[in-house]
Design a binder for this molecule. Structure first.
Ligand code: CP
Length: 334
């Protein structure tokens, strides 16, 4: 773990936990430490599922008889629904636990909740939690036949978001070594940015930039393998891909920023600023978008935006992750 990685609330992060003795995916907790070969296998598998998603009957039987449980302790639109769709398209049974109406509100501990759900013969937990390290904690405690997929933990990691982002980039611009990717906005509180930086570096991206005011950059962010720009005009210049991030106020100490209007004025992606990048620059955003704060509506909805394509690609990418993990658990057969 490096200094730019947040301290987990749930005990140590152990990247090796997610691989089995043969180096295959057992859980997906973080992009950090994955090999380029494994990343490429995930992206290639997702490409084959993108074809399934364009057919009239969008279903394959790979996870028939398996049960996937969405365990979201934090709000989500895209991740929860695309995980559900992905599991259903693989023919799994899918359960969604509403934590707000579960017995967690009566004081049941996370481990007790887990033990009870495991007793229902669940095969895979998809976990989102506000605390960094929550998915690792659950992975350390599940039965040997159960897998855990991190759907976003605190500021730490959002691995499937990063996978769908690089999948989307690859569909438009397949040679990562020639690309300059600028990640703009609230890097400090962003699990998405951390996972994207790891994925882009593993894939050999020519230059990965973070573009933000110093107050929204983690200390020693350079050690993640990025170039830091505290001037937005320089940071966007000649970029091939711009990824904008929202201000994550739910993870922010008060007083970090004067106002949303001021943030837009200095750091928002306007049409004028987008013109500093390459003419065919892709505009990306993991969502949810705060229009007029980190991005202008005319850019978010404009011809260079692939924001909704990212959402669509999330289904194929999540199908790929689930099928490869189930294949590893079955000893090589999906
Ligand atoms: N990108 C993302 O994680 O969106 P949701 O919070 O809606 O899942």
């Amino acid at each position: 773990m490096d200094i730019a990685t947040p301290i987990p609330a749930f005990g140590p992060l152990a990247p090796d936990l997610q691989l089995d003795a043969q180096g295959r995916l057992r859980h997906l907790l973080t992009i950090e430490g994955l090999s380029r070969a494994l990343l490429m296998e995930l992206l290639d598998t997702a490409a084959s599922f993108a074809g399934v998603n364009e057919k009239a009957v969008k279903k394959v039987p790979l996870l028939r008889g398996k049960t996937v449980l969405n365990l979201f302790f934090e709000a989500s639109t895209r991740t929860r629904t695309t995980f559900e769709l992905a599991a259903k398209r693989l023919s799994a049974d899918v359960l969604n636990i509403n934590i707000g109406t579960s017995s967690a509100v009566k004081g049941e501990s996370l481990l007790d909740t887990l033990r009870n759900l495991e007793a229902m013969q669940v095969d895979m937990f998809v976990v989102r939690h506000a605390e960094s390290g929550a998915a690792h904690f659950i992975a350390r405690h599940v039965a040997p036949h159960v897998s855990v997929l991190n759907a976003g933990d605190g500021r730490h990691a959002h691995p499937t978001q990063a996978l769908l982002d690089v999948f989307t980039i690859r569909r438009h611009k397949p040679d990562f070594s020639s690309l300059c990717v600028a990640i703009v906005g609230d890097i400090l509180h962003s699990r998405v940015a951390r996972s994207q930086i790891h994925a882009l570096n593993i894939l050999g991206t020519g230059e990965v930039r973070v573009v933000a005011p110093r107050s929204l950059l983690p200390a020693s962010v350079e050690c993640l393998g990025v170039r830091v720009f505290e001037d937005i005009r320089q940071g966007l210049k000649d970029a091939d891909v711009i990824i904008t991030l929202r201000l994550q106020r739910e993870r922010m100490d008060s007083g970090l920023l004067p106002s949303e209007q001021e943030f837009y004025q200095h750091w928002g992606l306007s049409a004028e600023r987008l013109a500093l990048a390459k003419p065919d620059c892709m505009v990306m955003h993991p969502g949810p978008v705060n229009r007029g704060v980190e991005i202008d509506s005319c850019v978010a909805d404009g011809p260079q935006s692939v924001i909704l394509e990212q959402v669509t690609n999330g289904i194929a990418v999540r199908m790929a992750v689930m099928s490869l993990i189930m294949g590893s658990m079955a000893g090589g057969e999906a």
